[in-house]
Design a protein. Structure first.
Length: 128
């Protein structure tokens, strides 16, 4: 019982820590990074990078996530600065991706890909 309660609490505290540290980390985001994610070219490159860096292995090919492997990342990703901070220093099972492995520019393109994912189809209730 303690183990099952500790895991979600650690996740909540880890996320809170990211938010607290965010202002200091956000200063490291280059001013010219493409955080808007509106360009189809950036999203297309981001899709290639999502596969290249193995993100799809846990988050699915369409960033849809899975209860067993990793959370849904798209179509409404967390703010870019939070994503950047988490990717650099994750608090859970995800390996860290330093700027030597994945550049801020590549992460901005991956972010554009995440934002471009379509919303899941609405599910109609079975019981009315």
């Amino acid at each position: 019982m303690v183990r099952t309660l500790a895991s979600p609490l650690l996740g909540v505290f880890g996320f809170a820590l990211i938010l607290i540290c965010l202002p200091a980390r956000a200063q490291n985001v280059p001013a010219n990074s493409k955080t808007a994610g509106n360009s189809a070219e950036n999203a297309e490159n981001g899709k290639k990078l999502f596969v290249k860096y193995g993100c799809y292995e846990c988050h699915g090919r369409e960033a849809q996530g899975s209860v067993m492997t990793g959370p849904r990342l798209g179509p409404n990703p967390i703010p870019f600065e939070v994503l950047l901070a988490y990717v650099r220093k994750p608090t859970r099972e995800m390996p860290p991706y330093t700027d030597k492995v994945v550049s801020d520019h590549d992460l901005a393109d991956i972010y554009a890909f995440l934002k471009s994912r379509p919303r899941p189809a609405a599910i109609s209730p079975l019981l009315k």
